[in-house]
Design a protein. Sequence first.
Lengths: 472, 433
Amino acid sequence: MSDTDIQDKAINVDTEKGNFKYPENYEFDAGVGLTEETVKYISKVKDEDPWILDFRLKALEIFKKKPMPTNWADKDLENIHFDEIRYYLSKGQQPARTWDEVPDDVKETFERLGIPEQERKFLAGVEAQFDSEASYSRMKEDLEKEGVIFVGSTEGLMKYPEIFRPYFGKVIPTSDNKFSALNSATFSGGSFIYVPKGVKLKQPLQAYFRINAENFGQFERTLIIADEGAEITYMEGCTAPKFETTTLHSAVVELVALKGAKIQYITVQNWSSNVFNLVTKRGMADEGAEVKWIDCNIGSRLTMKYPGVVLKGKGARGEVLSIALANDGQHQDTGAKMIHLADNTTSNIISKSISIGKGRSTYRGQVHMPKHLKNCKNNTECDALLINTNSRTDTYPAITTRGENNTVQHEASVSKVSAEQIFYMMQRGLSEGEAMSLAVNGFVNELMKAFPMEYSVELKRLIDMEMEGSVG
Amino acid sequence: MTTTLEQPMPTSITNEPTWLAERRAAGIEQFNALAMPTARDEMWRFASVGRLSIEGFNPVEAPSADKLAELVERSGLVSERAGRSVYVDDAQASFEGISAELAAKGVIYLPINEAVAQHPELMEKYFLQESTELGSEKFFGLHASIVCAGSVLFVPKGVEVEQPFVNYYWTSGERAAVFPHTLVIAEDNAKASVVDIFFSDTEDNEALNVSVSNIHAGAGANVFRKIVQDWNEKTVSFQLDTTVADRDAQVKNVAVNIGAQRARFENQTRIEGPGADVKMYSLTVAEDTQEFDQRTFQTHNAGNAVSDLLYKNALLDNSRTIFSGLIRVAEGAQQTDAFQTNRNLLLDPTAEANALPGLEILANDVKCSHGATTGNVDEDELFYMMSRGIAKRDAMKLMVFGFFEEVIEKVESDELAENLRELIRNKFESKIK
């Protein structure tokens, strides 16, 4: 069999993995479609203060007026039918406090996801979102003593408005884009975190998100505030069961790093291949602060996600490290935005993408140094790996520079796994598929190191799974 | 006949063949049907489209015989040449045809209207057949409907012409609109080179230029095109250039851009045969409030071919540059090597460089890369030279001219290279601090 024959062979990924589902049993259901009534209903069920309802209604107006992203948007976006989506579901349960109170079927879900029970001991608090509401939320007592707040979005806005309200919707304004407006109108779930001055969390906070109702959009809202000198690492992992019709996920994540604070936000995403994942993520870094996005996108039908950092204070630092893997029928449209607004700010973007079969991965980036700034630096590297002859990759960066002593460099390269490498490994007894997996893991290895250990293990497993059957 | 750009009428030359009249009519239709670009168009991202007005510019009457003679006299950048044409405001001022020897070999070098009259089949096949796809389709339409000035070079199979054909396009009249056209057809294994030079008569005659240049390189052909653009800073300019390269063709484009208030470049390269090798080099020196807006597109429709692009921009004062490049490797175009490099040198803190280097790769066995860097003069290098007794200003000059030299030396002609250095020196030597 010739090389091309092998490469053209159909790709058979085991789609049954992570493909599970439980009977739907929802106490509250806002029905299908999005109207003012839906938004009022969501707000009422959540028993929200009037200002939150106002915020939602204004957002709904903006959502209706905003056009779909123009210019570079994927045509596939036209397949989202906003009036066929359920915007809110809840079991009507209060966030559970102890593990024993967590419903059995949720526990089983964790089991299937392969999250070891021991892992919980490593984690400062676990918040798993089962559909809209946090089904389980726990914090270690010592964190509470330090004054760390880790709650759901509604709880955060209701209980601690003096902390969260000043920053809510400020890093990402409602009108930022159509999907941030959609989220602002319908948000539920997500995490609101406040880390007080000087508190450095040694262990990461973690949340797992899942989608479990057919045709159900998930609109979680996350806001993390690290006060002066505070440090926090937050991890989210996503898996979703497979459905017949498309599912929309549109989150808004805002990070606020005040003077000297550090925030690290880690995402491992493995949506099923019918999910539209249209997420707006942005961090604001004050003087000397650091915001770091570590992002891994596997799965979904279309992902559009460009984590950004607004470098607002002198000496701020922003970083985006991302891995994207696009399999047959998938489009990973990911990238990064770095907006330099002060002197001596630095940013770094490293993006690695892998396209398998007819998968398409796209890097889209923006680096902006608009004003009379001094001594700013940006480094961008995009590497794409194409596995099959018909795989596709695109790179579309946009860079604006002015000012004194600023340097910007952008580099991108495209390659395939070399035949020599595969041959070498096969000679030593590996199957072609194993050799391919190993080569791909090698390609992203450098970035894997940036992930916490348990995540990089999970990631390697995911990549192996995706690579199954990609070669003869 | 009078025509204005607000309501342009296709040029009608008596005895013009039907196919050409049809192309002109289609052009005017395209111009009228398409809207003016806006900042929302991706093809015009970062461009100051507000400064793009074509209003008030019109084709003008031919200048006086004295003026024509004067400008022909000033058309002396390249002395060793196989032919030369000089146009002023789209009026032919001088045309030095080819030698009898070249004519005997079948080489054709003629003004466009004569080429249409004498070689209708050839012109029908190639003239106005390659439009831009990079945003200025409206202006291409305008060009097609009006164009009457320009030169056609045809080199038949296996014929090699070493010396270049030099085309000068001048503007002189008040608010003149010009539509120069250069068409180069090199048949299989032919060798040809052209130099296109764009000049303004004075420092302040306002002008609009919408020029088109099309290169067709047959199998194994070798084409070298050099472009010198030194309009005055009262000119709005569009240069819509295309190259089509067949199997094993070698094409080289070298452009040096100094002038114009607002200059838009659209440069497309289409590789249609394996083994082709296309190079695109450009050097731009921007000052005051000049804006240079460069859009490039390298399409690889065939495998085993190479394309390499290097665009260097040096920016002073409040100038802006936009480099937007795209490499597209079509499905199945394996073993492609396509490269794209953009280097921006910011010499003043108020200058702004934008870079949009893009890749679209639909084949996996390729070597493709793009790089874009923007920065100031390297402080370490400056220090090194100063510590060896070179004054700061001289050291800066050395480094900036060193930055230019990489492109200038690519013109492969000592005379032209020296003339280019002179043009650049005149423009901005006094500005280096």
